[in-house]
Design a protein around this ligand. Sequence first.
Ligand code: NDP
Length: 279
Amino acid sequence: MSAVPQITLNSGVTIPQLGFGTYQVTPETTKDTVLSAFEVGFRHIDTAQMYRNEAGVGNALKESGLGRGEVFITSKLNNSFHRYEDALRAADESLAALGVEQMDLFLIHWPLPTIEVDYVETWKAMIEIFESGRARSIGVSNFQVPHLQRLIHETSVVPAVNQIEVHPYLTNETVRAFGKEQGIATEAWSPIAQGAVLEDPVLTEIAERIGKTTAQVTLRWHIQRGDIVFPKSVTRFRIEENFSLFDFELTDQDIEAISALNKDQRTGPDPDSFDYIPH
Ligand code: NDP
């Protein structure tokens, strides 16, 4: 099987284009699930403070015997920690839970543009987190174009990535295009729309023609568009399926047909109005 492609971020750090998502993987099962992903070959894990499973990821890393430099780990700042000092403290808590000295990538999980704390203050804390060596790269998640413009205009520090919802029913072209123009890598969350796209007739036709599953076709579409993806599964055969993306290619025509399925349909919240703060 061919190797997973690496993408170089604007920080100079390389990230495997295919990783493993852990949203909704319970704290109790995370260690074993991530160990399964390591066994299959995944070397990039996406977690978050909000998922309450960073410790499980850290325990899997420890038990796997893999070197720290062999696994790319992303975590995300929880919505309750947007104030400067809170963000620094929360980054330290992530490091402790993960059992590492440095995260490969740390993101602001949501912009929360309607709350009192301005996300530019949070971004300044992220810059301190980067400069102090707590993270090798920093970025954002769920940021819309005006949010990104403010960060760049007010701090001159361009996020390494923007992790946003992208799948065939929400191709999110405007935010992706702005990222490309600014050198911000796009990470596509819910890459198979949590399963909602898997029975689509266009995807089914392509999958049957080339002898792959609709999940593989969708994930391959992301890869060929240049986005970074990390499908989540707790099911061993699906974890294997989601890793087998590099022995086939979609034609340009197939890529276009899948992109044309866009209907601006979100599976998750709208970043412009989302204001959930966990207690
Ligand atoms: P996905 O699009 O990865 O879909 C996950 C769901 O699809 C699960 O129910 C899984 O089932 C099922 N599934 C996985 N692979 C297959 C397959 N090959 N065939 C059929 N069904 C399959 O959704 P997520 O929302 O989990 O997104 C991926 C990752 O993105 C998250 O885990 C998280 O790391 C990140 N994310 C980030 C967000 C953000 O705000 N920054 C928001 C949401 C996600 P099962 O597990 O039962 O096998």
